[in-house]
Design a protein around this ligand. Structure first.
Ligand SMILES: NC(=O)c1ccc[n+]([C@@H]2O[C@H](COP(=O)([O-])OP(=O)(O)OC[C@H]3O[C@@H](n4cnc5c(N)ncnc54)[C@H](O)[C@@H]3O)[C@@H](O)[C@H]2O)c1
Ligand SMILES: [Zn+2]
Ligand SMILES: [Zn+2]
Length: 361
């Protein structure tokens, strides 16, 4: 099958013919229909987050089940599924207390002495965060997918696989935004736009979108932003405090830099909560004013929107099909696998919400 392989950090992905194994007892072979290009793929390609190489990137996808292992009862060939990198073991402390997105079990991977799921001319290709979606097929653990209704278009379903679940989940599950509260979202890519949409669904009173790209601020309004702010005009926290009479209840950082994470905390009103979603490069420290904690300001991280994806993702599908989740507007372009490097580069400029790779069916 065809796949986009990362051999070396900083180098373009190579489109190559690779081999995929047969499903083991609890594994599922999925034909990839669509895969979104998320900024996290770019972090791993650039090496700001390290990963075992060579690997096939991609982790935001949807497809159709082709074959299942002998013990799989949850899905059967022909089922439509969304994949999720938050594969859960189901029996560790994190899973049993409902925090499946932080399950760190490695038992969902194959053992090193088994045949690898992915390989090329006898060389092991490491599976990227349980998935490797930039490929015509995926061989994954049954706990890395969720079955969805067949009337859901699979290109838009793919977006739910990461960006949407991360953004909406950060608002609903991690921060638990209350009806009527004031929300600010820094960064309006696939993740930030999903925070905005999630805040609108949660009934936030004011939703302020912040970005440096004008077209993104316009798009943010379609997702539910009530106010927009161009970050290029400087001093974002001060302007937010002026706009909100003292700061927001909830802020979300959806970029992944030191300065924007610090802004997220600085723009809080007393008692407010900042949620950092962006992947800040490994080794980077952020600085906060200690005295701000006295007024019960809080800062927290969010892993994949603190999802319980087998429950959350079908609900997001219903939200889309009932017109409350705006996924049509999130697809900036549909591309071929061969165009993946251009789509990754485009993320640096911030003009794309999402590029979606469509596979030949
Ligand atoms: N925590 C998680 O589980 C998780 C999951 C998915 C993605 N992420 C991370 O979330 C972040 C966002 O991902 P994405 O795919 O939406 O990215 P993206 O590149 O599509 O969007 C980023 C947006 O930020 C804007 N921006 C850049 N610098 C800015 C600044 N200084 N001020 C205001 N706006 C600015 C850009 O114009 C763009 O619209 C990435 O770091 C990604 O790795 C984290
Ligand atoms: Zn992602
Ligand atoms: Zn677990």
């Amino acid at each position: 099958m065809k796949a986009a392989v990362l051999h070396e950090v900083g180098q373009p992905l190579e489109i190559e013919d690779v081999e995929i194994s047969k499903p083991g007892p609890r594994e599922v072979l999925v034909r990839t229909v669509a895969a979104g290009v998320c900024h996290s793929d770019l972090h791993f390609k650039d090496g700001t987050y390290p990963y075992r190489l060579p690997t096939i990137l991609g982790h935001e996808s949807a497809g159709v089940v082709e074959q299942v292992g002998s013990e799989v009862r949850y899905v059967e060939p022909g089922d439509h599924v969304i994949t999720c990198l938050s594969a859960f073991c189901g029996h560790c402390e994190a899973c049993l207390t409902g925090h499946m997105s932080i399950c760190s079990s490695t038992e969902l991977e194959r053992d090193p002495d088994q045949e690898p799921r992915l390989s090329r001319q006898g060389e092991h290709l490491h599976q990227f965060i349980n998935l490797s979606s930039f490929a015509e097929q995926m061989l994954i653990h049954e706990h890395a997918l969720v079955k969805i209704r067949k009337d859901m278009p699979l290109d838009r379903a793919a977006l739910i696989g990461c960006g949407v679940t991360t953004g909406v989940g950060a608002v609903h599950n991690t921060a638990k935004v209350e009806v009527g509260s004031t929300v600010a979202v820094i960064g309006c890519g696939g993740v930030g736009l999903s925070c905005i949409n999630g805040a609108a669904i949660a009934g936030a009173g004011r939703i302020i979108a912040i970005d440096t790209v004008g077209s993104k601020l316009n798009l943010a309004k379609a997702f539910g932003a009530t106010d927009v702010l161009d970050a290029s005009d400087g001093d974002v926290p001060k302007r937010i405090k002026e706009l909100t009479d003292g700061g927001v209840h909830y802020s979300f950082e959806a970029i992944g830099t030191k300065s924007t994470a610090e802004q997220a905390f600085k723009m809080l009103r007393p008692g407010g909560t900042a949620t950092v979603i962006g992947m800040i490069p490994v080794g980077t420290k952020i600085e906060l004013h200690g005295a701000d904690f006295l007024w019960e300001r809080k800062i927290q991280g969010s892993a994949m929107g603190s999802n319980r994806f087998r429950v959350d993702m079908p609900r997001y599908v219903d939200f889309y099909l009932s017109g409350r989740l705006h996924l049509d507007e999130m697809v900036s372009q549909r591309i071929r696998l061969e165009d993946v490097n251009d789509a990754l580069d485009a993320l640096r400029k911030g003009e794309m919400a999402r590029s979606v790779i469509m596979f030949d069916q």
